[in-house]
Design a protein around this ligand. Structure first.
Ligand code: BDP
Length: 701
């Protein structure tokens, strides 16, 4: 955010908002996301906060410290309704002192120990030259910035700040957004407008929103972004043209003070398409190709010294890749990894499901990658989607997690709601992320959760270290004024970032934080909104694809079309679901024995995955006592009723929320309720036709 904007905001909030508000709540666009810094309404809180945040003292200078200063100044001014001054040194109780490792010795004397990880931070109340102050400190400047946001979050969520002792460290080192932004400005699976990268204006002008984007990411700990869509096959190579590298440099320069590094999708056939030294091949074992990538990569680093590296989608959905030349994924990834050297990393996507004889698509990634374990260079990640098929409302965790002990495995989540209601529906995704991260793979015995695979802590391989850990989320941002299309989609960006930092946080804690910062600090409002959010993902599963169903969406992945996806459903007169047991496709055998056996047996298979693993008879009895058919009806109805309830809950908040955002959410909830009903009716009619033995009788009306 530039100085002018900060000045304006401070004035706006201090002088305008400080006036007593008798009239309606002022409208908001949602632009400020969770950094609204709303004035503390409770008088007691305000008094205590003001006493414990009296002045700002920064013990170093750098571009990052400049951001820290402006964030603290703005945040405190707006929260308190008055400016807090910046001092050279501590002059009073209540000072906020920000420091990095240069002050390590001084901090140690005052009982502050810096966390081991570079980006970690401490926030601590200490006695300092006879004053009681709060220290925000880290080894690095970026860590101090993360600590600053952590401190401001305490105020925003009305925590006690009179005696703080917090140490926070990231569990995962690389926390990235993957943008599916096309060079023509469109966003694949984007539901919030067009791309934020204004290629035509760059490098001459860097849009303010680009800087705000980095600021919001930093506030939740996201430290990298892949700029371009893995699927922009028409234009992906163009981004490697020298002209674009200058534009990307401008972005990287703007993001550096926020600790957000730039990464690019590397289109595998680029050497054949990008001048001036085009080749007739992209064979990774051809020395000319290797040199091409090395030269290109050097060109990038000459301009962007902290360039993060490449994300690659190769030999996937028709895209070129090393297999076109009879080479393996490892050959392709390692060629790029060598070009990067120790400067950057390769994220090689595991989203492959072609060229195999096995008809079960869910098995393909494992089959292709399992045999390559140990063949990837240390700066390569295999990046797997959380599930084996695609980003479904619910699907079992991909068996690749835990199956590649000698490989760095990165998690790829979707933040954008491709299959979960897109820009129209309120679906809070933290419970989905948590379900995946908490899943026990049994890879190294009981307790080997996906989280521990991703953060490297479960591994007995010394090469898998914190520096080589990563989580990616396919972004949901765009040019809409509220960034995410749906106001509640903001919570998914927020929760993704916070969980990438520390997946032990609970969905509920994160919802509480987000609601307090985004909507209101009134307990009753917080409770109501949190209630709406917490069950929203389960509701979406229920009204779309309950009990292990998946991929029943039509083109565009929003409307129901089970009739076009019968291969994923396998409905018949006797039952419904795919037999992936050891008598069926044998997909279960890709899991470690405990999970294999659990999924393989219809009595122990969790019912939420039932039809994923089993062809279930219509009259099969479930734990509820209902038959399969009855349970399906029950779940579909339950899902729709949840949405009706959310509408009522939201309506009850009318007087508590600004009219603009209230109305925008209301309108979307109405769509969600109607569309959930469409899903229920369509799917139940379709299944009923199968059950009656006459699928032809189904009509799409
Ligand atoms: C599919 C999406 C498609 C992506 C693809 C991928 O529908 O838009 O390009 O995944 O992840 O789910 O590459």
């Amino acid at each position: 955010m530039n100085k002018k904007v900060i000045f304006y905001l401070i004035n706006f909030f201090v002088f305008f908002k400080a006036a007593p508000v008798y009239a309606e709540i002022a409208d908001e666009t949602g632009y400020n996301l969770w950094l609204r810094y709303e004035r503390v309404a409770d008088a007691d809180h305000l008094a205590t906060y003001s006493r414990h945040a009296t002045e700002i003292v920064l013990l170093d200078k750098s571009p990052v410290f400049t951001v820290i200063e402006s964030e603290l100044k703005m945040g405190l001014a707006v929260l308190f309704g008055k400016e807090v001054s910046v001092s050279e040194s501590v002059t009073q109780d209540g000072a906020i002192l920000v420091a990095n490792r240069k002050q390590g010795a001084m901090l140690a004397q005052h009982g502050v120990s810096l966390p081991a990880k570079e980006q970690g931070y401490v926030i601590q109340t200490i006695e300092y030259n006879g004053r009681k102050i709060t220290v925000i400190a880290s080894n690095t400047d970026i860590g101090a910035l993360y600590g600053t946001y952590g401190f401001l979050r305490l105020l925003q969520t009305q925590n006690d700040i009179s005696k703080i002792a917090i140490t926070s460290e990231p569990k995962v080192n690389l926390r990235l957004l993957n943008h599916w932004d096309n060079l023509d400005g469109g966003i694949e699976r984007g539901y919030a407008g067009r791309t934020l990268w204004k290629w035509k204006e760059l490098p001459g002008k860097v849009d303010d929103r680009l800087i705000d984007y980095a600021r919001y990411n930093a506030s939740v700990g996201i430290n990298g972004a892949v700029l371009n869509n893995v699927n922009d096959i028409r234009n992906n190579h163009v981004i490697l043209e020298s002209e674009y590298i200058d534009k990307i440099k401008a972005i990287a320069d703007a993001w550096r003070p926020y600790g957000v590094r730039v990464y690019l999708n590397a289109y595998f056939a680029s050497p054949k398409l990008v001048g001036p030294n085009k080749l007739e091949t992209a064979d990774p074992l051809d020395p000319r190709v290797q040199k091409w990538w090395k030269d290109k990569t050097d060109e990038i680093y000459a301009k962007i010294p902290d360039f993060g590296g490449y994300l690659v989608k190769a030999n996937s959905e028709g895209q070129p890749g090393p297999q076109d030349y009879g080479r393996t994924h490892a050959d392709g990834a390692n060629m790029l990894a060598r070009a990067l050297g120790d400067r950057g990393v390769v994220f090689w996507r595991a989203f492959v499901y072609a060229n195999l004889k096995d008809p079960d698509r869910a098995k393909h990634a494992y089959i292709e990658f399992k045999g390559l374990d140990g063949k990837f260079l240390p700066n390569v990640f295999v990046q797997s989607k959380n599930g084996a098929i695609d980003f479904q409302p619910r699907e079992p965790v991909s068996p690749l997690f835990g199956a590649l002990p000698k490989t760095n495995v990165a998690m790829e989540f979707q933040v954008t709601q491709e299959y979960l209601g897109q820009g129209k529906q309120l679906v809070y995704l933290a419970p989905l992320y948590k379900e995946v991260l908490d899943f026990d793979t049994y890879a190294y015995g009981k307790g080997t959760t996906v989280g521990k695979i991703i953060d490297g802590s479960a591994s007995d391989n010394d090469d898998i270290v914190f520096e080589r850990t990563a989580v990616a989320g396919v972004a949901n941002t765009g040019s809409d004024i509220n960034w995410c299309g749906h106001h509640f989609a903001q919570s998914n960006w927020y929760a993704f970032g916070r969980l990438a930092w520390d997946y032990s946080l609970s969905s509920e804690e994160l919802a509480t934080e987000w609601v307090r910062m985004t909507w209101s600090n009134k307990d009753a409002v917080v409770q109501t909104i949190k209630d709406m959010m917490m069950g929203s993902r389960e509701a979406c599963v229920n009204y779309q694809t309950p009990l292990g169903l998946y991929h029943m969406m039509g083109r565009g992945h929003y409307i129901p079309a089970p009739e076009r996806n019968i291969r994923y459903i396998k409905a018949s007169k006797d039952g419904i679901g795919v037999d992936r047991t050891s008598n069926g496709t044998k997909y279960v055998e890709q899991y470690f024995p405990n999970n294999r056996d659990m999924f393989n047996n219809i009595d122990t298979c969790p019912e939420v995955y039932l039809m994923w693993y089993h062809h279930v008879k219509w009259d099969h009895r479930l734990k509820s006592g209902r038959t399969m058919w009855e349970e399906l009806n029950y779940k579909y109805n339950d899902g729709v009723e949840y949405v009706s309830r959310m509408r009522e809950q939201w309506n009850s908040l009318k007087s508590e929320i600004d009219a603009r955002r209230f109305g925008e959410v209301s309108a979307k909830l109405a769509i969600q309720e109607a569309d959930a009903g469409v899903w229920r009716d369509h799917c139940l009619r379709y299944f009923s036709a199968w059950k009656s033995g006459d699928p032809q009788s189904f009509t799409d009306k």
